[in-house]
Ligand binder design. Structure first.
Ligand SMILES: NC(=O)c1ccc[n+]([C@@H]2O[C@H](COP(=O)([O-])OP(=O)(O)OC[C@H]3O[C@@H](n4cnc5c(N)ncnc54)[C@H](OP(=O)(O)O)[C@@H]3O)[C@@H](O)[C@H]2O)c1
Length: 254
């Protein structure tokens, strides 16, 4: 039997911690073979061992998604040795809050490079295999922060809006090729620890289940939780002056 005969694989980037790790464990529990990508191999190995112990099939693939050639090599390696890539979840991302008054092009470029180019590299690497088979599923991790500019999030909100527009365009272009695209817009996640609780945050467990359900149903688009989605839609709909003065109450001076 060659790798091509094996069942389809789900690749998850940013799987060494947080949502990506939790999602990898959940999808493995639901029977998917998962390839976990991130930079820190020891953390990936731990997650893979946990999946194997529970009877799942997983592989750790250390890789920096900002490095185009490294991502191409990683996906090609998975295709060769682990199985055909059926689904790719471009989850690696994040960004530090920074006041707009301290606007720093280098920090914004790094946020864009991780969230946007990391997603582009991941999709670019998997696409030729999916196109050849005329099947596949691309999942893009945006955020409710993409819906409007939030305080201290000039780089992050913009990067997440960019991945969302990328995904919308790919949904149109790739449908005739048999490739589905899912756009995820989660709200805040409470991952425990010392971090301050954020408004209407979901627990990691709930967030993971909602995300896995949306992915497995191949939904085109999922915005959650409904409470934060509605709140943001309401704020978005306010007259600009009112919206700015309301949101500026939450901005850190700096
Ligand atoms: N947390 C939230 O409230 C929230 C809300 C909405 C959307 N999101 C989005 O959901 C995704 C996951 O968020 P999270 O909170 O789980 O993040 P997290 O806990 O900070 O984890 C980020 C993951 O990305 C990986 N990563 C970072 N830079 C990378 C790189 N250059 N190459 C490969 N992997 C890299 C990290 O692993 P290594 O350091 O080992 O590489 C880690 O596994 C992100 O796209 C985030 O924007 C998060």
């Amino acid at each position: 039997m060659t790798a091509a005969d094996l069942p389809g694989v789900t690749v998850i980037t940013g799987a060494s911690e947080g949502i990506g790790r939790s999602l990898a464990l959940e999808l493995a529990r639901r029977g998917e073979a998962v390839a976990l990508l991130a930079r820190r191999k020891p953390l990936l190995d731990e997650a893979v061992a946990e999946i194997a112990k529970a009877g799942g099939r997983a592989i750790a693939v250390p890789c920096d998604v900002t490095e185009r050639e490294a991502v191409r090599a990683a996906i090609a390696g998975i295709e060769q040795s682990f199985g055909p890539v059926e689904r790719v979840i471009a989850n690696a991302g994040g960004g530090k809050r920074a006041p707009g008054a301290a606007l720093d092009a280098a920090a914004i470029e790094a946020t864009m490079r991780l969230n946007y180019m990391g997603t582009v590299h991941t999709i670019e690497a998997a696409l030729p295999f999916m196109l050849a088979r005329r099947r596949g599923h691309l999942v893009i991790m945006s955020s409710l922060a993409a819906l409007l500019g939030l305080p201290g999030a000039a780089g992050y909100s913009a990067a997440k809006a960019a991945v969302a527009r990328l995904g919308e365009s790919l949904q149109i272009d790739l449908a005739p090729h048999g490739i589905d695209v899912t756009l995820l817009y989660p709200g805040f996640v409470d991952k425990g620890g010392k971090k301050k609780r954020r408004p209407l945050a979901m627990s990691l467990a709930r967030m993971t289940r909602r995300t896995a359900d949306a992915i497995q149903a191949r939904r085109r688009c999922s915005l959650y939780p409904a409470s934060l989605r509605l709140l943001l839609a309401l704020v978005r709909g306010l007259p600009a002056g009112l919206r700015v003065s309301l949101l500026s109450r939450f901005a850190k001076k700096g």
